[in-house]
Design a protein around this ligand. Structure first.
Ligand code: ZN
Length: 280
């Protein structure tokens, strides 16, 4: 029998994303100050990685590194050792220099979607050339890519590019299940993706919308890691439509992990698990 519980659990907070607005939920953190405050609350509950998107003063997503810079410095001030994973999403801007601007700030990790897909209201376009270009820019700065996986074919692409030298092992995958246009959030789909990941690589899982908690719990049970937060799910309870806060979402998953007997990783543990060069 495998011991799925021998590795500590990395809780990654995804507090903001590109989609939720204050109109959708007053709890989504938009300003650098709000994002840092939510990250701090999650950090105290056991979040060791934070996946960051920036928003402009109008609340809309922005790629500007000045905004990211303020977010990073506020986050680091409150959570000095948390692992920062910046988004390079091409969902709203396709220009590669814009998508890569945040990499100039040298976050430890950055997301990289290794394929294209439809979202309910827009399209994420990532050609092989774009993926290679972002991979090179990350490698040059020693930034570890978090490979965003929306379909099993994305895992093949990542493995092909690793073989060609674009990614260095061990790879880290984030599985996103349950969005319209991605792989569904059925348990069999989740298991299928996990079994497609080469041994020695690491993975976490995020369930979109109503699937957040159940995908997180399945990941805890299968020995993976979790991504949790308002980016993926604005409701705490989809039946009653009770709105979530990032703090409550993290508290729920940390509590369940502890009750199931899975220990929670500190940022130092997370760096070891992910093979990051300690900068702290
Ligand atoms: Zn994101």
């Amino acid at each position: 029998m495998h011991d799925e519980f021998k590795e500590k659990l990395i809780i990654q907070l995804a507090p903001t994303g590109m989609v939720p607005t204050k109109k959708d939920t007053p709890h989504v953190p938009i300003t650098p100050k709000e994002i840092a405050a939510d990250t701090y609350k999650a950090y105290r509950l056991g979040a060791s990685v934070v996946h960051l998107h920036a928003r402009g003063e109008d609340g809309r997503p922005t790629y500007k590194k000045e905004v990211y810079e303020e977010i990073f410095s506020r986050v680091r001030e409150k959570c000095p050792d948390i692992v920062i994973c910046a988004s390079t999403s091409g969902r709203l801007y396709s220009d590669i220099d814009q998508r890569a601007e945040v990499l100039e700030l040298g976050p430890e990790m950055a997301s990289l979607t290794v394929g294209s897909l439809n979202f309910p209201s827009d399209i994420s376009i990532n050609s092989i050339e774009t993926i290679k270009d972002l991979a090179i820019r990350m490698a040059r700065r020693g930034i570890k890519p978090e490979l965003e996986i929306f379909e099993s074919g994305f895992i093949n692409t990542a493995q092909y590019l690793a073989k060609k030298g674009y990614f260095k092992a061990p790879l880290h995958f984030n599985l996103l299940l349950g969005s319209l246009g991605s792989i569904p959030a059925d348990l069999r789909d989740h298991v299928y993706l996990v079994e497609s990941i080469p041994r020695g690589d690491t993975w976490s899982a995020a369930g979109i919308g109503r699937y957040q908690a159940r995908i997180n719990v399945a990941a805890i049970l299968m020995g993976g890691h979790v991504r949790v937060g308002i980016e993926d799910s604005i409701y705490y309870d989809y039946t009653t439509r009770e709105l979530a806060t990032n703090e409550r979402l993290v508290r729920r998953i940390a509590r369940i992990a502890k009750e199931l007997g899975r220990e929670i990783a500190t940022p130092a543990d997370a760096r070891k698990i992910l093979g990051l060069n300690a900068r702290h």
